[in-house]
Design a protein around this ligand. Sequence first.
Ligand SMILES: Nc1ncnc2c1ncn2[C@@H]1O[C@H](COP(=O)(O)OP(=O)(O)OP(=O)(O)O)[C@@H](O)[C@H]1O
Length: 238
Amino acid sequence: MTDHVSTGCDPLDELLGGGLERGAVTQVYGPPAAGKTNLALSAAIEVAAGGDAALYIDTEGLSADRMRQIASGRAAGTDQTVDDLAGRLIVSEVFDYDEQAEAVQDAAEFAPEIELVVLDSATGFYRLQRDDEDGGAALRDVARQITHLLSLARKHDLAVVFTNQVFTDPDSDRSTALGGHTLNHWSGAILRIDRFRGGNRRATLEKHRAKAAGDTAQFRITDKGMAGDDGQQPPRRE
Ligand SMILES: Nc1ncnc2c1ncn2[C@@H]1O[C@H](COP(=O)(O)OP(=O)(O)OP(=O)(O)O)[C@@H](O)[C@H]1O
């Protein structure tokens, strides 16, 4: 077994020192439509293509069409079908904060049989409460969820990735990840994604156990999922 779970996109795997690290939590954050969900889906489908299972906790109303589109791109040219790949994804749809907490707790039941847990997004419901007086309590709840997933990652040697939104700090006018230091602390790796004109994406490594912060990679989102910045689907590792 390798130390990492592939994102399905070679430039991103390279940036992350091999992919999503097992035994750790990777945070992917960025503005709306940056490509966070695409990255998470691509990684989950890559796990499925390897014959393993992934748990996908979805708070955002995942598009089944988009999932099948990426799966179909991945299955092309192999002896696997879209249904083979989709069948190895355990999708847990949650509709509110309490359901999210429950689904994260329940990840423990699946952990022995899966290679990846996706939480997309960790803070979507939290964001709505950001200005509430219990914003602090909500953040503590999310932090508890992330530490629970981290303990599963360590115990079962699986990878965990969660997505996160940005907010603009009125003082510095910079956009930073929701949950700040608290969520960053529990994230072994942090990837920020930004979107540019023409559909180009840039990922910036902001935290990593073994690599310098500030490294970047370019990629694009295509019909088939994620591709290098030449628009070509990267060659697949066997
Ligand atoms: N088939 C496709 N071909 C090219 N680009 C696509 C395709 N499907 C989706 N996209 C791109 O992906 C974007 C959405 O990406 P994604 O859902 O991963 O964003 P996100 O960062 O998760 O956003 P949010 O925070 O709003 O959930 C779309 O705006 C579009 O640019």
